[in-house]
Design a protein around this ligand. Structure first.
Ligand SMILES: [Zn+2]
Ligand SMILES: [Zn+2]
Length: 207
Protein backbone atom coordinates (compact mmCIF):
# COMPACT_ATOMS: atom_id res chain seq x y z
CA UNK A 1 0.00 0.00 0.00
CA UNK A 2 1.40 3.38 -0.92
CA UNK A 3 1.53 5.91 1.82
CA UNK A 4 0.79 9.60 1.20
CA UNK A 5 4.31 10.56 2.24
CA UNK A 6 5.73 8.30 -0.47
CA UNK A 7 4.20 10.47 -3.16
CA UNK A 8 6.88 12.46 -4.96
CA UNK A 9 4.63 15.48 -4.53
CA UNK A 10 4.16 15.17 -0.77
CA UNK A 11 5.30 18.07 1.36
CA UNK A 12 5.47 17.55 5.09
CA UNK A 13 3.42 20.26 6.73
CA UNK A 14 2.75 18.73 10.15
CA UNK A 15 4.78 21.37 11.95
CA UNK A 16 2.99 24.21 10.18
CA UNK A 17 -0.45 22.72 10.61
CA UNK A 18 0.01 22.38 14.36
CA UNK A 19 -0.73 26.03 15.00
CA UNK A 20 -1.99 29.06 13.13
CA UNK A 21 0.58 31.61 12.13
CA UNK A 22 3.35 29.23 11.19
CA UNK A 23 5.05 29.06 7.85
CA UNK A 24 7.00 26.48 5.88
CA UNK A 25 9.12 27.40 2.89
CA UNK A 26 9.18 25.24 -0.21
CA UNK A 27 11.94 25.55 -2.79
CA UNK A 28 12.36 22.33 -4.73
CA UNK A 29 11.86 20.48 -8.00
CA UNK A 30 8.91 18.13 -8.36
CA UNK A 31 8.26 15.78 -11.29
CA UNK A 32 5.60 17.04 -13.68
CA UNK A 33 2.39 15.00 -13.20
CA UNK A 34 0.95 13.20 -16.20
CA UNK A 35 -1.87 14.67 -18.25
CA UNK A 36 -0.49 18.17 -18.83
CA UNK A 37 -1.26 18.79 -22.48
CA UNK A 38 -0.07 16.38 -25.15
CA UNK A 39 2.92 15.71 -27.37
CA UNK A 40 2.18 18.81 -29.45
CA UNK A 41 1.83 21.23 -26.57
CA UNK A 42 2.36 20.38 -22.95
CA UNK A 43 4.72 19.60 -20.10
CA UNK A 44 6.36 16.20 -20.34
CA UNK A 45 5.55 13.83 -17.51
CA UNK A 46 8.41 13.71 -15.06
CA UNK A 47 10.02 16.93 -16.27
CA UNK A 48 11.35 19.03 -13.40
CA UNK A 49 8.81 21.55 -12.13
CA UNK A 50 10.28 24.09 -9.79
CA UNK A 51 8.07 25.15 -6.93
CA UNK A 52 8.96 27.96 -4.58
CA UNK A 53 6.76 29.53 -1.98
CA UNK A 54 5.37 28.89 1.44
CA UNK A 55 2.64 27.12 3.33
CA UNK A 56 1.15 29.40 5.94
CA UNK A 57 -1.23 28.12 8.55
CA UNK A 58 -4.43 29.98 9.21
CA UNK A 59 -7.28 28.94 11.48
CA UNK A 60 -8.95 26.39 9.21
CA UNK A 61 -6.18 25.25 6.92
CA UNK A 62 -2.99 26.02 5.07
CA UNK A 63 -2.57 28.62 2.39
CA UNK A 64 0.04 27.93 -0.21
CA UNK A 65 1.41 30.96 -1.97
CA UNK A 66 4.09 30.41 -4.47
CA UNK A 67 5.59 30.32 -7.89
CA UNK A 68 5.71 27.41 -10.32
CA UNK A 69 8.07 27.08 -13.26
CA UNK A 70 7.75 24.20 -15.71
CA UNK A 71 9.39 23.43 -19.06
CA UNK A 72 6.83 23.79 -21.86
CA UNK A 73 7.17 22.20 -25.25
CA UNK A 74 4.93 23.37 -28.05
CA UNK A 75 4.74 24.11 -31.74
CA UNK A 76 4.18 27.56 -33.19
CA UNK A 77 0.67 27.62 -34.69
CA UNK A 78 1.82 29.84 -37.54
CA UNK A 79 5.22 28.51 -38.59
CA UNK A 80 5.27 25.08 -36.87
CA UNK A 81 8.66 25.75 -35.29
CA UNK A 82 9.20 23.79 -32.07
CA UNK A 83 8.99 26.02 -29.01
CA UNK A 84 10.58 25.24 -25.70
CA UNK A 85 10.30 27.72 -22.91
CA UNK A 86 9.24 27.91 -19.29
CA UNK A 87 5.71 28.28 -18.08
CA UNK A 88 5.85 30.68 -15.16
CA UNK A 89 2.90 31.08 -12.91
CA UNK A 90 1.91 32.35 -9.52
CA UNK A 91 -0.16 29.95 -7.53
CA UNK A 92 -2.44 30.35 -4.54
CA UNK A 93 -4.13 27.28 -3.10
CA UNK A 94 -5.97 26.40 0.06
CA UNK A 95 -5.53 23.12 1.92
CA UNK A 96 -8.37 22.98 4.46
CA UNK A 97 -7.95 20.89 7.62
CA UNK A 98 -11.41 19.54 7.11
CA UNK A 99 -12.53 18.18 3.75
CA UNK A 100 -15.06 20.41 2.00
CA UNK A 101 -17.94 17.92 2.39
CA UNK A 102 -17.58 17.99 6.13
CA UNK A 103 -16.85 21.64 6.38
CA UNK A 104 -19.96 22.71 4.52
CA UNK A 105 -22.25 19.96 5.74
CA UNK A 106 -25.77 21.13 6.33
CA UNK A 107 -25.43 24.37 4.44
CA UNK A 108 -27.85 25.15 1.69
CA UNK A 109 -25.27 26.57 -0.59
CA UNK A 110 -21.96 25.11 -1.46
CA UNK A 111 -19.80 28.07 -0.66
CA UNK A 112 -16.25 27.64 -1.79
CA UNK A 113 -15.13 31.08 -0.88
CA UNK A 114 -16.24 34.62 -0.34
CA UNK A 115 -16.14 35.50 -3.99
CA UNK A 116 -15.11 34.25 -7.38
CA UNK A 117 -11.47 34.86 -6.66
CA UNK A 118 -11.44 32.07 -4.10
CA UNK A 119 -8.40 29.90 -4.50
CA UNK A 120 -8.48 26.24 -5.42
CA UNK A 121 -8.88 23.79 -2.56
CA UNK A 122 -6.96 20.57 -2.09
CA UNK A 123 -7.17 18.02 0.71
CA UNK A 124 -4.40 17.38 3.19
CA UNK A 125 -3.29 13.79 3.71
CA UNK A 126 -2.68 11.88 6.92
CA UNK A 127 -4.74 14.15 9.12
CA UNK A 128 -2.89 17.27 8.06
CA UNK A 129 0.63 15.88 8.06
CA UNK A 130 1.16 16.14 4.30
CA UNK A 131 0.13 18.39 1.48
CA UNK A 132 0.27 16.72 -1.90
CA UNK A 133 1.07 19.03 -4.78
CA UNK A 134 0.25 16.64 -7.63
CA UNK A 135 -3.33 17.77 -8.32
CA UNK A 136 -2.42 21.40 -7.72
CA UNK A 137 0.46 21.28 -10.21
CA UNK A 138 -1.61 19.48 -12.82
CA UNK A 139 -4.57 21.87 -12.54
CA UNK A 140 -2.45 25.00 -12.61
CA UNK A 141 -0.22 23.89 -15.47
CA UNK A 142 -3.11 22.66 -17.62
CA UNK A 143 -4.80 26.03 -17.13
CA UNK A 144 -1.61 27.82 -18.07
CA UNK A 145 -1.02 25.99 -21.36
CA UNK A 146 -1.11 28.42 -24.28
CA UNK A 147 -4.10 27.94 -26.59
CA UNK A 148 -2.27 29.31 -29.62
CA UNK A 149 1.45 29.09 -28.95
CA UNK A 150 3.61 31.39 -31.04
CA UNK A 151 7.38 31.18 -31.47
CA UNK A 152 7.33 34.96 -31.09
CA UNK A 153 4.47 37.47 -30.87
CA UNK A 154 5.03 38.78 -34.40
CA UNK A 155 5.66 35.43 -36.09
CA UNK A 156 5.17 35.91 -39.83
CA UNK A 157 4.21 32.28 -40.41
CA UNK A 158 4.72 30.32 -43.58
CA UNK A 159 4.33 31.42 -47.19
CA UNK A 160 0.83 30.24 -48.20
CA UNK A 161 2.11 29.37 -51.67
CA UNK A 162 5.30 27.44 -51.03
CA UNK A 163 5.49 26.98 -47.25
CA UNK A 164 8.83 28.70 -46.71
CA UNK A 165 9.35 30.18 -43.24
CA UNK A 166 8.81 33.93 -43.63
CA UNK A 167 10.64 34.69 -40.39
CA UNK A 168 13.83 33.35 -41.93
CA UNK A 169 13.14 34.87 -45.36
CA UNK A 170 11.51 38.23 -44.68
CA UNK A 171 11.93 39.41 -48.30
CA UNK A 172 10.43 36.27 -49.79
CA UNK A 173 7.62 36.84 -52.29
CA UNK A 174 6.24 35.40 -55.49
CA UNK A 175 5.58 37.20 -58.75
CA UNK A 176 1.97 38.28 -58.53
CA UNK A 177 1.13 36.86 -61.96
CA UNK A 178 0.58 33.14 -61.85
CA UNK A 179 -0.08 30.92 -64.85
CA UNK A 180 -3.74 31.85 -65.13
CA UNK A 181 -2.87 35.51 -65.55
CA UNK A 182 -0.04 34.80 -67.94
CA UNK A 183 -2.43 32.81 -70.13
CA UNK A 184 -4.76 35.80 -70.24
CA UNK A 185 -1.89 38.12 -70.97
CA UNK A 186 -0.85 35.91 -73.83
CA UNK A 187 -4.33 36.22 -75.35
CA UNK A 188 -4.31 39.96 -74.74
CA UNK A 189 -0.94 40.28 -76.40
CA UNK A 190 -2.14 38.38 -79.46
CA UNK A 191 -5.31 40.45 -79.69
CA UNK A 192 -3.24 43.60 -79.61
CA UNK A 193 -0.86 42.30 -82.24
CA UNK A 194 -3.44 41.10 -84.74
CA UNK A 195 -4.68 44.46 -86.10
CA UNK A 196 -1.19 45.11 -87.35
CA UNK A 197 -1.34 41.97 -89.48
CA UNK A 198 -3.88 42.63 -92.25
CA UNK A 199 -5.80 39.74 -93.65
CA UNK A 200 -5.92 37.69 -90.44
CA UNK A 201 -8.90 37.23 -88.15
CA UNK A 202 -8.11 38.77 -84.78
CA UNK A 203 -6.38 36.58 -82.24
CA UNK A 204 -6.82 33.16 -83.84
CA UNK A 205 -3.65 32.44 -85.70
CA UNK A 206 -2.73 28.99 -86.87
CA UNK A 207 -5.71 26.85 -85.99
ZN1 LIG B 1 6.25 30.92 -35.52
ZN1 LIG C 1 6.61 31.25 -51.21
Amino acid sequence: MSRPEDSPWAVSVAQVAARAGRSRQVDADFPAPDGIGDTICGVKEGAPVHVSGSFDSIVDGLIFNGHVRAPLHAECVRCLTPISRDLDLDVVAFFPYKPPEEKYHGKEEFVVGEDEEAEEEYPLAEGGAFADLEALLRDELVDALPVKPLCRPDCKGLCPQCGINLNEHPDHHHEVTDFRWSALEEIKRKLEESPEEPGQEGGKPGR
